[in-house]
Design a protein around this ligand. Structure first.
Ligand code: 5AD
Ligand code: SF4
Length: 484
């Protein structure tokens, strides 16, 4: 694993002084303080303390978890393989109810682990913690949890950890929102050659089914100078691929003091030497500009992949979802993208079972799938999120009906996805080698620019490199290939 280079010697920070009030200096100070306590504990036990960060949900959460791990390692914890560790943190997701249920189930297990290890601390953070009912339930029924914080104050983790290490009480710190973005926190990256980069936080769209705007707050764009500086820093450490992260990247820059479009940001990132691939997610169809299509079409670095959530193909349902586009305007957009960039992969998210959805609406969705011909699609059954407008809409659809419609949609999605993947057979393409193949150690696994997975025989020393391969055999959703 690679560290973000933070040029600070935490052992030289004077922790006898009062805490600084500015960030990130304040957190550096608390890292140093917590580090002293963890070192004392490790000396007492005669071993290094261990930690495990478990992530639920999306790429934003994965990115946040890298920040948590960066702090934990600086504090003196060593990463453990399992949750039998001295510090376990769950970074939670609440976009669908099954994510919440998973957390409660696993907390039961953690309680058992904690009984066997009196030194163990358990922390919960992320989207679920932004819901007051969740925090109440944890306080009442899971009182063995040590630290709870939300999505807006992740940067304060070192301070909260120090507070808990010093006292025996549960530490709870949830913010309702924030306009601040704290730069220059440590990060522990999972891969040495690719990295996620936040370009914005929060969401202003209020799709009626979605809890994200309530738990991630209002849309805030990072300053382009900070983004470029981070990407230059990553490139200097050997990163070749960046994934730009935001709930709605197409509205990047609108709220900046000097407004800038997402397409302009991409052009700036393209200039960074060493970066060979640029990905981004997620794009909201209502904000996708012709300027972006034009920039993608001429770019050598922006990957040929567009994740363009459809959610529903029925204009009637789209309106109730507050998506601000129609079936026709979505189809027109998808065709425009395919025409401009013929070898692009278009992928999507679809929800089945939105309140009031009928068989005809589902047929409209299937019709869009057949017309756009998605390279792949994530399909979800609608999950009622309390506090969102859709939760109180009439016509909640029974589970059995949703299940049948979901299966019907899925079989069309899969059939088309297989056919679409097949279209690259026999081509010679560039692949970023990402890891050793999990089943067969003589193979490596990589990704094409359009995100399709490719397996081929090669030495592991190629991991992190972009190589040329010939696609030999399409196996449904992935390829077997040979190095050329
Ligand atoms: N129920 C089901 N799926 C949802 N998503 C968001 N909210 C819900 C919900 N309440 C899906 C959307 C989104 C993806 C990240 O999760 O399709 O694009
Ligand atoms: Fe949720 Fe809609 Fe925002 Fe996506 S764009 S995070 S679906 S509110």
């Amino acid at each position: 694993m690679d560290k973000k280079v933070i040029k600070i010697d935490f052992d030289t920070i004077d922790i006898s002084k009062e805490e600084p009030i500015t960030e990130p200096e304040r957190q550096y100070y608390f890292i140093a303080k917590a580090r002293a306590l963890v070192k004392k504990k490790a000396d007492e036990l005669g071993r290094t303390l261990t930690c495990k960060v478990t992530t639920f949900g999306c790429q934003m959460n994965q990115k946040d978890s890298e920040k948590l791990l960066g702090i934990l390692e600086l504090v003196g914890y060593e990463q453990a393989e399992t949750e039998k560790a001295d510090f376990v943190i769950y970074n939670t997701c609440t976009v669908r109810d099954n994510a919440n249920q998973k957390v409660y189930g696993r907390l039961g297990y953690l309680n058992g682990v904690k009984r066997e290890n009196p030194n163990m601390l358990i922390a919960l953070c992320g989207c679920m913690m932004q819901e007051s009912e969740v925090v109440e339930k944890i306080k009442k029924s899971y009182s063995f949890v040590d630290i709870i914080f939300g999505t807006h104050n992740i940067f304060k983790f070192a301070e909260l950890l120090y507070t808990r290490l010093q006292s025996e009480r549960m530490v709870i710190d949830i913010w309702k929102g924030t306009n601040d973005i704290v730069e220059d926190l440590p990060t522990e990256r999972k891969y040495s050659f690719k990295a996620g980069v936040n370009i914005m936080f929060g969401c202003n769209n209020f799709c009626s089914y979605c809890i994200v705007p309530y738990v991630r707050g209002r849309e805030r764009s990072r300053n382009p100078k900070d983004i470029i500086r981070e990407i230059e820093d990553l490139a200097s450490q050997g990163v070749v691929e960046v994934m730009l992260l935001g709930q709605n990247v197409n509205s990047y820059g609108k709220s900046l003091e000097d407004p800038m479009t997402f397409a302009q940001l991409l052009q700036e990132i393209e200039k960074v030497d060493g970066i060979e691939r640029i990905r981004f997610m997620t794009s909201h169809p209502k904000d996708l500009s012709d300027e972006l299509i034009e920039v993608m079409k001429h770019s050598k670095k922006i990957c040929k992949h567009m994740h363009l959530p459809l959610q529903s193909g029925s204009t009637r349902i789209l309106e109730k979802m507050n998506r601000s586009y129609t079936k026709e305007s979505y189809l027109e957009l998808a065709q425009k993208i395919r025409k401009a960039i013929p070898d692009i992969s278009i992928t999507t998210d679809i929800i089945v079972g939105f309140p009031g959805e009928t068989d005809e609406d589902v047929e409209e969705t299937i019709d869009v799938v057949k017309k756009v011909r998605y390279d792949s699609a994530f399909t979800f059954i609608y999950s009622k999120r309390s506090g969102t407008p859709a939760a109180v809409m009439e016509g909640q659809v029974p589970e059995e009906i949703n299940k049948e419609r979901f299966d019907r949609l899925l079989s069309v999605v899969q059939q088309i996805s297989r056919e679409m993947t097949q279209r690259f057979s026999d081509q010679e393409v560039e692949v970023l080698v990402e890891e050793e193949n999990q089943q067969d150690a003589s193979l490596v696994t990589g990704r094409m620019s359009n995100n399709i997975i490719v397996h081929f025989k090669a030495d592991k020393s190629l991991i992190g490199k972009i190589v040329k391969v010939k696609l030999l055999e399409c196996k449904g959703f992935y390829y077997m290939a040979e190095l050329i």
